[in-house]
Design a protein around this ligand. Structure first.
Ligand SMILES: [Fe+2]
Length: 433
């Protein structure tokens, strides 16, 4: 099966809750949803989603990463075909090739590498023991990709997959500053196992956010529309402020490859389904597994849990939502987390904000695996406010508030500012907000 993990990495399991005291925010969120939707609807949803996952997981385990749509760069001019759009909406992810021309991407990589070494000791990176995620946000290289007209067009195309009849948003892309990864070969990285970004407990605790998932809590998860921006635009993702949480809604998170990568060579793994996965993850805290392990896949043997317990496996207020094999067994993660197809410099990988993903724990290749994290962010009120501030911060040498970084990037060797931006790029960077 293409893209399958050959041996499950030593990622943490989340079945056992070791916390010693009760955090009221968890209990309050759970009780609020139970009182709003009722136990019967939640039980109905649980049975339905576990049933739906049987065929979805069979399909992914059979077809592997062939489920991930791969588009040529022609879509940038022509748009997605109806078939491509349907496949992207189901899988919640897509690879778009050659958004940046290959040679240009390679040149950008060389410049990134030099920029980092020229500013060694000033730029910070994590994890501490094997730094590879570099906290630079306003470098000339990142900005040249973000302001590239083809890249902006790709962002707009992706934003357009979401719908909103309110007239309060638009697919016009805004640039959300994120970092760069430059990971050397042989560097093992277990820090980002299967997880979903955009807010962990906020999905249950913030009333505006849980409204997005109303169909799921109402017992009809198969009716959940994962592409409804009308509700999503006002969701508060960072009710619990932490560097893990973006305060801005990203229609798709994304990376633009600067060097080649492939399975076990510093790639990314995706769970290529969005509606069923997020539904299952959201219903999971309301149910306790059967004592007999042989019954674990039988959803009817799970017990509805309205006790004052946490029962939120993999959920921490200040971290992304984590998933694991034992805590989320019906997802069959071992078979369904798949590597994206082989990637070349200039190719882009995009995944829905509710999609489960993981960083390849291995890098057995010979070249550094480097990517620029650049998302597709539509224009919403929350995004406008943040991007306006982000621009003011960048021009004053402050790093973006979501990152909590403290380096003055305007003092870095090789810093260029925003000279030469097109009008379109200036708009995306927030100059007219
Ligand atoms: Fe992530």
């Amino acid at each position: 099966m293409p893209g399958k993990i050959h041996q499950w990495p030593l990622w943490p399991e989340y079945s056992v809750d070791t916390r010693s005291s009760v955090d009221k925010d968890f209990i309050d969120a759970k009780k609020a949803i139970i009182s709003e939707y009722g136990p019967e609807k939640l039980k109905q949803g649980w049975i339905r989603i576990c049933k739906q996952l049987e065929s979805i997981t069979d399909d992914i385990s059979r077809r592997g990463n062939e489920i991930i749509p791969v588009c040529t760069s022609n879509v940038i001019e022509n748009g997605f075909s109806t078939e491509e759009e349907q496949r992207i909406k189901k899988a919640g992810c897509v690879v778009i090739r050659e958004v940046i021309e290959k040679e240009e991407a390679r040149k950008i990589y060389t410049d990134v590498h030099n920029y980092i070494s020229d500013n060694k000791g000033t730029i910070s990176a994590w994890p501490a023991e094997t730094p590879s995620m570099y906290e630079i946000y306003d470098s000339p290289m990142q900005n040249s990709i973000r302001s590239n007209p083809r890249h902006l067009k790709a962002q707009r195309l992706l934003n357009k997959l979401w719908h909103d009849k309110s007239g309060e948003t638009s697919p016009d892309p805004l640039i959300y500053y994120d970092g760069v990864r430059d990971r050397p070969p042989k560097q093992v990285f277990l820090g980002l196992g299967p997880h979903i970004d955009a807010g962990s407990l906020s999905r249950w605790a913030a009333p505006t956010y849980r409204k997005v998932y109303e169909a799921i809590f109402s017992g009809n998860p198969e009716n959940h529309d994962a592409w409804n921006l009308e509700l999503r635009k006002d969701a508060v993702q960072d009710l619990f402020k932490a560097p893990s949480h973006s305060s801005v809604f990203r229609a798709f998170q994304g990376w633009t490859a600067l060097t080649p990568s492939k399975a076990r060579e510093g790639s990314i793994m995706l769970y290529p389904n969005v509606q069923a996965t997020i539904s299952y993850m959201l219903l999971r805290p309301f149910f306790q597994p059967p004592k007999d392990k042989s019954d674990i896949m039988d959803a009817s043997k799970w017990t509805f849990d309205d006790s004052d317990s946490y029962s939120f496996p993999g959920t921490e207020k200040d971290l992304s939502q984590c998933l694991s094999r034992t805590s989320h067994p019906h997802l069959r993660l071992e078979e369904c987390m798949v590597h994206v197809p082989d990637i070349q410099p200039g190719d882009t990988v995009w995944w829905h904000s509710d999609l489960c993903h993981a960083v390849d724990p291995e890098h057995e290749g010979v070249e550094n695996a480097s990517v620029a994290f650049i998302a597709a962010v539509p224009t919403t009120q929350i995004a406008k406010k943040y991007i306006k501030q982000q621009l003011a911060d960048a021009l004053s040498g402050r790093q973006p508030s979501d990152t909590q970084g403290t380096v003055n990037e305007t003092h870095l060797k090789g810093y260029k500012g925003h000279e030469g931006f097109s009008e379109e790029a200036r708009q995306a960077f927030g100059y007219y907000l």
